[in-house]
Design a protein. Structure first.
Length: 204
């Protein structure tokens, strides 16, 4: 009788262990799902007057400060009505300057998220990448950004790439084709600068 009780006790203990393990596994699965749902992927739609919309998938895993800054500026309407003031066919289009000449920005600057500034950012400056413009100071990026038209990997480690064009790269090509820069730096006269109507942020 005593032996039977011991067997029953062991069986109950084993069943309890399996039930506990099942509960833990279910809880971990639920937590993982919650975490994924809590951090959806951000996208930006850059609506350019006369050209259409460029859709960009932002990558906070590589450049969280940069992405947050871009989202905040776009959400506040900062970019509405600004332009692309620097365009070089075969290289990139640059915009987001309230002065329209490459000297302006928002009322703050952010940390440069790239290798020479001590940040591990694996985004390479290939065709379709969006990245932050800056001056010689590595922490001088503010609002100006550029979209790479053709692979420019020589920028890797020196500028903060923070996303990728998923739709509308042909618009970048057309803007480059239509541009008439007045110098080798890609300077576009104010009346010829493509206008950013709006930048909308959404999540998937």
């Amino acid at each position: 009788m005593k032996r039977n009780k011991q067997i029953i006790f062991i069986l109950l203990a084993v069943i309890g262990v399996f039930m506990l393990a099942g509960c833990k596994e279910e809880k971990v699965t639920e937590n993982t799902a919650d975490a994924e749902a809590e951090y959806p992927t951000p996208f930006a739609q850059i609506d350019i007057e006369g050209y259409g919309t460029i859709t960009v998938q932002l990558d906070p895993s590589q450049a969280p400060i940069t992405v947050e800054n871009f989202i905040d500026l776009a959400g506040s309407g900062f970019y509405d009505g600004l332009t692309f003031h620097r365009i070089i066919d075969g290289f990139m289009i640059q915009g987001g300057d309230p002065e329209g000449n490459g000297t302006g920005g928002a009322d703050h600057e952010i940390k440069g998220e790239f290798a020479i500034n001590g940040v591990n950012n694996n985004i390479s400056h290939v065709r379709g990448v969006i990245s932050m413009a800056r001056s010689q100071n590595p922490d001088s990026a503010s609002s100006q950004f550029f979209i790479v038209q053709k692979d420019s990997k020589f920028l890797d480690g020196q500028y903060a790439g923070f996303g990728y064009v998923t739709e509308g790269i042909e618009i970048v090509d057309q803007i480059c084709k239509d541009a008439h820069p007045i110098d080798e730096n890609g300077t576009i006269l104010p009346q010829d600068q493509p206008v950013i109507k709006e930048i909308k942020i959404y999540y998937e």
